[in-house]
Design a protein around this ligand. Structure first.
Ligand code: ADE
Length: 304
């Protein structure tokens, strides 16, 4: 038996390289396994003192439990959690290293995605969301910053610190979760049901997906005000438009594929009970010539 896989890992097992990013209570570093330098990880380091002071213990626990649960299915669209360990000062999460960086950075580099790329990423997101929801998990903070890319341009969803479970009776992730516990998402992608009824369902992730599809096509999200309150007002009023901004001098982008407009229109429905489901989404004309069972095709890289 390979004992290196058995013993609990420690920070000393890795050579820490450059910082990859940081959140409100954590910093992510690139790290190499000393025993096997071919193995590269992204290690998320969370300061214990900071987590306790900022009252984030619950979110870190949710993140660990959710990622452990989702890692079981070996789905290509999930950033995998390999090891967790801690020392006196920090908690460590050894994750898949996504060498392609954030999807948001790619979008900013391209300005907007063309029809084929937009559809390709949307298909990967739909396939991954189906998997996440099938495990009873709601991500609750989907946005292009939380979608990373591997070296081939396949996307991987990360940051499950805001996740919740759909199963209230048997809740392995968060025993005392109540929807009232707080607003944890990001203003631009938050669903009307959370704002209006303090309710979050799997459909709330689909809402965020709709915002992302719009953003892939246009370059910026559909609902964006000068501040969070104004953004929230736009969301509950469904105040978005496909008209190019009068500041947008690029007249080449005035024609958007009507099938994308139709797809987004069916997702950005205020009432989550009538909003389109993932199963219905897959049948829309935009995906007509896409075989959802052909996982190899859906998970084809874009850089290779
Ligand atoms: N930044 C945050 N998490 C990351 C990861 N898993 N891989 C690469 N960069 C990241």
């Amino acid at each position: 038996m390979d004992m290196s896989r058995q013993r609990k890992r420690t920070a000393a097992d890795f050579v820490f390289k450059e910082e990859l990013g940081h959140g409100s209570y954590s910093t992510v570093y690139k790290a190499v396994d000393k025993r096997d330098p071919k193995r590269v990880y992204a290690i998320k380091v969370c300061s214990k003192a900071h987590i306790i002071k900022e009252r984030k213990v619950k979110y870190v626990t949710i993140e660990k439990n959710t990622m452990n649960l989702l890692a079981q299915g070996n789905h290509p669209g999930i950033v995998k959690l390999y090891y967790t360990f801690h020392d006196a000062d920090n908690l460590y999460f050894a994750l898949d290293f996504a060498s392609g960086g954030e999807l948001l950075a790619l979008l900013h580099r391209y300005g907007r995605f063309n029809d084929a790329l937009c559809r390709h990423f949307t298909a990967q997101l739909v396939d991954t969301l189906e998997y996440i929801h099938s495990r009873g998990v709601i991500h609750r903070d989907l946005k292009p910053e939380n979608v990373l890319l591997d070296r081939d341009g396949r996307l991987m969803i990360t940051d499950f610190g805001a996740a919740a479970t759909t199963d209230k009776t048997d809740n392995p992730i968060d025993d005392d979760f109540t929807p009232a516990s707080s607003f944890v998402g990001t203003a631009e992608y938050v669903s009307p049901e959370l704002l209006l009824h303090n309710r979050c369902t799997p459909s709330s992730d689909i809402w965020a997906l709709g915002c992302m599809i719009y953003q892939f096509t246009v370059g910026s999200p559909p609902f964006r005000g000068e501040n969070e309150l104004k953004t929230f007002a736009k969301i509950v009023e469904l105040d978005y438009t496909w008209n190019p901004s009068r500041y947008d001098m690029d007249k080449s982008n005035t024609s958007i594929n009507p099938m994308i407009v139709d797809t987004v229109r069916r997702i950005l429905v205020t009432d989550d009970a009538t909003r389109i489901t993932l199963a219905q989404l897959k049948l829309l004309p935009w995906f007509q010539d896409l075989d959802w069972k052909d996982k190899g095709k859906i998970w084809q890289g874009v850089f290779t």
